[in-house]
Design a protein. Sequence first.
Length: 922
Amino acid sequence: MDALYLREYLAKKNSLSKKITQVENVSNAFNATAKNLVGSLKDYYLFHNKRITKRSLRFNNEHHSALKSEPEVRWLQQLHEKIRRKRDGHFSALPGYAPYDVIRSSTGFGVSLTSPRLAYTPSAVYHPLVPRAPRIQYRDAGTRSIFPDPLFKEQWYLNGGAKDGLDMNIEPAWQKGYTGKGVVVSILDDGIQTNHPDLAQNYDPDASFDINGNDSDPTPQDNGDNKHGTRCAGEVAAVAFNNYCGVGVAYNASVGGVRMLDGKVNDVVEAQALSLNPSHIDIYSASWGPEDDGSTVDGPGPLARRAFIYGVTSGRQGKGSIFVWASGNGGRYTDSCNCDGYTNSIFTLSISSATQGGFKPWYLEECSSTLATTYSSGTPGHDKSVATVDMDGRLRPDHICTVEHTGTSASAPLAAGICALALEANPNLTWRDMQYLVVYTSRPAPLEKESGWMLNGVKRKYSHKFGYGLMDAGAMVSLAEQWTSVPPQHICKSRENNEDRKIEGTYGYTLATHMDVNGCAGTINEVRYLEHVQCRITLRFFPRGNLRILLTSPMGTTSTLLFERPRDIVKSNFDDWPFLSVHFWGEKAEGRWTLQIINGGRRRVNQPGILSKWQLIFYGTAIQPLRLKNDLINQQLRGSANPYAFPTESDLTQSAGDGGYFNMDPINGVLSFQNLFTGAASNPEKAIATVDGHNIPTPQRQNVMADANNKLVLHDCDPECDSQGCYGRGPTQCVACKHYRLDNTCVSRCPPRSFPNQGGVCWPCHESCETCAGAGQDSCLTCAPAHLHVTDLAVCLQVCPEGYYENYDNKTCVPCEANCASCQDRPDYCTSCEHHLVMHEHKCFSSCPLHTYETEDYKVERDMQKLIKYSCRLYVNSTSTSRGRCSRNSSSSSSSSSSSSSSSSSSSSSSTSSGSRSGSKS
């Protein structure tokens, strides 16, 4: 579908433009209104120009150029509308389905209707439904009903109601006293009903906003189509021990909602939601994404990508926001969640679903980026769905609950609730710590009846359907209690392999190519223990959906980066697409990696494709990441039979560095600074020395100096002591410091890689900073060695993130132009475009310029000689004298493209690649 361009432009103000009047000058020159964005991204403004068509299929180059020419504008993007779908099950098209009737409560209540959106409309009426056939009961849920809430008995995934009496082991976490208290979760969706009787007690207005209506009330429209966010919120934090519905996994957590899907969605809307109040919100839960239609490849735009980076570097006071995402419901269309840029991201916890019986549901998407699984709905009429609160503006007792929440939409909030329990157990967990906990504690066993489980190189089971298994709340909180934050994330990039390689169109053909890497050994970016691995691929193949892509590690683990997608028959490419795998977690990076591209689809291929570029990006640590607080437990977890075990040095056939690792959190454990608060003089005594040396009392203190005749010897205080005096000689004996205190010593200035806090104590900068103004990763003034300054986010990273290029002269990451997906050497030299655009002369356009045509690799070409001959031929052979715009016919297009492809692929030979033809599908 073609992009719909809007009349709104997003611009970043030049960092030198400090005054708002300069933004107003731009607004006046552009005849537009401007507003600062809601959220935490600084200096971005939205310009609204009523002179432009409200929606258009064409990019408005005139107004774009006019606004971009303003000196105050540093970066510019014309917004386009995005299609985003909620990930609940669409059961209406399935045969034999009749949903449960609602649960009817006998308890009345009176709650005032505080929102104008809660107006009753006829479309909200629930008509009586024919009850479905009895479902399979795996046990009597009532035998473990520890809550009086009427729907708890229907929450089978919490109370042992899955097959073999299984559940997600929530009860042990509750028994330890963890209920999510003090943790804040925000549901990014179509809003939540703030006055719902099972949510109102836990509702948090500071975790809420209405982006669609631009106000603080996230209450949805009561039209029957906006229940989704309210249902998700109930899964996380429905109040326990009352007479309404069921209980939330974290039933004492604070929950808010962002109304963002009940209107047009664009890059700004998503960025506002993802960056809402990150110092207050701990967990963002999202159960939506691009079309799950089996042909779409789409992800976050430039500003949303910045919001993710800002969240993990600056959210939660530097510990990082936690983003939980539903993996997708495109199973019936054989879609892949690796073609979804939100789930295919290192920043998100991508959560899949399992049925009550422990099997793959019909809507599940298989991919290598899924981290773990929670229970959800299954086959209609056979498996139960998820019980939660429901949206009803009139608060009718028989309409405020449901047992029919479905899809991966229901899985992500359950995972968010479990993460909230772990955060209560250990509030110092970072965003990466949370991913480690999920990997270490998720259980394959409840889901092993489903095929497809494999062992990776460190003997950990993984699945393309379920990730590392079913989430286990009891195990997560127990491990969280003992957890010490992992070492800093290292990022190691391999070289780009830019040699063109032909992908034959024969069914079963396999292109295999290898890359030998050392994991950046001996550098500051060294990765010995893997977390995420990205394989960035640029290729052209039609139909794209025929392809299966596999990546094999040096330890022999094979991860399928892409399964065949039969519905993906559009003429499009993968342009530098970062396929993500979490299957190599804990393995080594060093060695030979093998990429295989297989033509496994049955659709006809008219001409060979081309693999033009691939690159590996390794995320992980240089030293052993597992360090628990209890040394005995730490030693026990070294055992290979333990589910938390991490590979030893011998497992990886290389040394793992020296000694233990201490917490790098800037407040709790800091580099070489120890005992930060020792000697802070909270109870100062009277000094034994003053400036003039008169009228000195003689307290009985061991540090009083005496000479051979036992006479008191007085000394001046150290110059770094303030006027309150000192206890003795030297900068460590000051009652209070004149300037700053460092590790119980008064100093005139804080040393490198530290900063003075408000109390005058030298605290360490984040490890990525050389100098800083605060402890957070977003407080760097200059960057540490081997780090690059991301100019518009004010953070230092080891490599430039997606959508930036590296300026080697000043060691900065500079954002590409808004329409570039990637660029090189300068912002406007695009090397790939956003998915809805085409490239011409390394610039990205919504459609081809005049006298150009679109090639199958989505790059625009112009050949004036061919164009003239073609026009003359048309004129000579035609009775018409009109010379209109020239366009190629299909045969010319095919011939030209085929010729181009053949020319490109003829030089594709390498000793590291091989092709094979096979009659069987891999």
